[in-house]
Design a protein around this ligand. Structure first.
Ligand SMILES: Cc1cc2nc3c(=O)[nH]c(=O)nc-3n(C[C@H](O)[C@H](O)[C@H](O)COP(=O)(O)OP(=O)(O)OC[C@H]3O[C@@H](n4cnc5c(N)ncnc54)[C@H](O)[C@@H]3O)c2cc1C
Length: 441
């Protein structure tokens, strides 16, 4: 079905960027610092704040305009529960690490909430809660097990919603129940990034854009980084490049790969239609592998609908058509609705689906957020800075997970995703649609 666009639609530009003014004037690149942060998204900015507040002289560089990576492109769903279940974590990393990961889910949320409050970041933080919607009866059974484990192993608050009660959350017959995380929130990702950047600049930390690190040399006493804006010497390095990691960070680039995610925004809709579609007004995600996630915009006027329109780069109109079609399977009332925006960004996936904090060859890094970084990125950004400076607050279970590579990914473009894309869009979609979906419409 051909989809309609509003007159001044700008495919490729995130809806969130509408509020951004001109980028701030660039800080010149200093000649040296104690700790150089590479990457100015949520991870890098939080690392810079934590390191500065320990007394270090910090500088931040970014390859592009600071923030134009995933940190101003995401869905603005704020919250973190471990991406893997406790049993799976135990199988991979042992019971102690699994326990500590579950415990840190709550600590991380508290840490980032305090950061937002302390720095007075105005980012439309709304206490919406998040509901994860079960695509099949089996997925809902899995959510019941997850709720039990979360209650036993962490302070994370969860509530189950049976299928019969789902209409108070969402107007659709597609799902088989859901699990609500009442402490999760919605926010405006670009305002959130702008607030973190302002907190960094208030501290007098230079942030230099268009200064991608092209070469990093290690010396007996530190490092020197070469950028198009010149060279900078630093005792310590924190790498915060997640889904945009490339050369010269070959070791990390073999362990984190760019998996694109796409989002559309509808035109402004009547308030009564929004109320009818999403009476719960929560952040909404689903359990199927297509991984749709959707929400109402912070001003209450639009549906923002995201997902894996493809696991590889596709053109914006193709992505928009696929997301629009999936949105209309859930809400047929939106069939004639026009779109105002479609955009994409790189999530940084690890082969364990979990972030990792560590140090390789003198480079401290925090990455692999695997599509969930509004909380974990600033949280682990602070952790990696503390680790680099030898501060005991740097301790985290995310240093005891593995950061593995795979022979299919020698670095560079993740070509294996072409095959994965075919597999997911054909077999996995088909299989998820026929199992345990009796009664879905
Ligand atoms: C479309 C989309 C939707 C998402 N939705 C959600 C959501 O709703 N909730 C959630 O919790 N998470 C979500 N995420 C994930 C979340 O946005 C990320 O995990 C988070 O922003 C990662 O922050 P970061 O600072 O690590 O990386 P980024 O913000 O991606 O920043 C990395 C930076 O590194 C820079 N860089 C790269 N190489 C170099 C170099 N050599 N030298 C200098 N700089 C370099 C890049 O220019 C970039 O600015 C989503 C992600 C995407 C893409």
């Amino acid at each position: 079905m051909a989809i309609g666009w509003i007159k001044d639609a700008r495919p490729g530009t995130p809806y969130w960027w509408e509020v951004l003014g001109e980028p701030a004037p660039e800080d010149p690149l200093p000649a040296q610092c104690d700790l150089l942060v590479i990457g100015a998204g949520y991870t890098g900015l939080s690392a810079a704040i934590a390191a500065h507040d320990c007394g270090a002289q910090v500088a931040v560089v970014d390859a592009g305009i600071p923030g134009r990576g995933a940190s101003t492109r995401n869905g603005g769903m704020f919250g973190a529960h471990p991406r893997l279940g406790w049993e799976e974590l135990r199988g991979r990393f042992g019971a102690d690490t699994a326990d500590r990961i579950f415990a840190e889910a709550h600590t991380a949320l508290g840490f980032v909430r305090a950061l937002i409050a302390d720095e007075a970041i105005d980012c439309d933080l709304q206490p919406t809660g998040r509901i994860q919607l079960a695509w099949s009866a089996a997925h809902f059974a899995g959510q019941k097990r997850l709720a039990e484990t979360l209650r036993a192993k962490s302070a994370v608050d969860v509530q189950l919603v049976e299928r019969a009660a789902l209409s108070i959350e969402i107007a659709t017959e597609q799902y088989f129940g859901g699990i609500v995380f009442p402490e999760h929130c919605g926010l405006h990702p670009a305002k959130y990034h702008a607030g973190l950047l302002a907190a960094v600049r208030r501290r007098g930390i230079p942030v230099t854009g268009n200064a991608g690190v092209q070469m990093l040399e290690r010396h007996a006493t530190g490092h020197s980084a070469t950028t198009p804006k010149g060279q900078i010497k630093a005792d310590k390095i924190v790498l915060a490049t997640n889904g945009y990691t490339t050369k010269p960070f070959h070791w990390q680039a073999r362990r984190v790969f760019a998996l694109p995610s796409y989002l559309i925004a509808t035109e402004a809709l009547p308030a009564d239609l929004i109320d009818a579609l999403a009476p719960g007004r929560r952040m909404m995600v689903e359990t199927r592998a297509r991984h749709s996630y959707f929400r109402i915009s912070p001003d209450g006027t639009r549906v923002l609908f995201g997902g894996r329109a493809a696991m590889v780069g596709v053109d914006m109109k193709t992505a928009a058509a696929r997301l629009h079609a999936t949105m209309c399977e859930i809400w047929p009332a939106l069939k004639q609705t026009r779109l105002s925006h479609v955009w994409s960004g790189n999530t940084g996936y690890s082969f364990t689906h979990m972030p990792h904090v560590g140090c390789h060859d003198g480079v401290h890094y925090a990455m692999g957020f695997s599509g969930s970084g509004t909380v974990m990125a600033p949280y682990l950004g602070a952790k990696v800075a503390w680790q680099a400076l030898g501060d005991p607050r740097g301790a985290t279970a995310y240093s005891d997970t593995a950061f593995t590579t795979h022979w299919l990914h020698p670095g560079g473009r993740p070509h294996f995703l072409q095959a994965a894309n075919l597999w997911y869009r054909s077999y996995v979609d088909w299989s998820e649609n026929r199992q345990g979906r009796k009664g879905a419409r």
